[in-house]
Design a protein around this ligand. Structure first.
Ligand code: FES
Length: 106
């Protein structure tokens, strides 16, 4: 339904196709994209799915939720563009989304 490109800190890119409603975390873990572990299964409780949203996509993705904020305070390298990829679901206007993986996740 829509493509997402994950760019690792060393520049390696992985582009995968997600079904509508599928989270970026599930897409990454089910396609062996390195750097996203998803240890808690997607309930915003581990922080191992931290991504930085590409600047061109920040407005489309929308603001961080309170549950994400609570978890992200424990993650490394958090910035204003930080999100938990388990909380972002594919939808038509996110086709082509680009996210960057933190240096600590590889
Ligand atoms: Fe655990 Fe996203 S998978 S916080």
């Amino acid at each position: 339904m829509g493509q997402v490109t994950y760019i690792a800190h060393d520049g390696v890119r992985h582009t995968i196709e997600l079904a509508e409603g599928e989270t970026l975390m599930i897409g990454a873990t089910s396609n062996a994209v390195p750097g996203i572990d998803g240890d808690c299964g997607g309930c915003a409780a581990c922080g191992t799915c931290h991504v930085h949203i590409d600047p061109a996509w920040l407005a489309a993705v929308g603001p961080v939720t309170d549950a994400e904020k609570d978890m992200l305070q424990f993650a490394d390298g958090v910035a204003a563009d930080s999100r938990l990829s388990c909380q972002i679901r594919m939808r038509p206007d996110l086709d082509g989304l680009v996210v960057h993986l933190p240096e600590s996740q590889h």
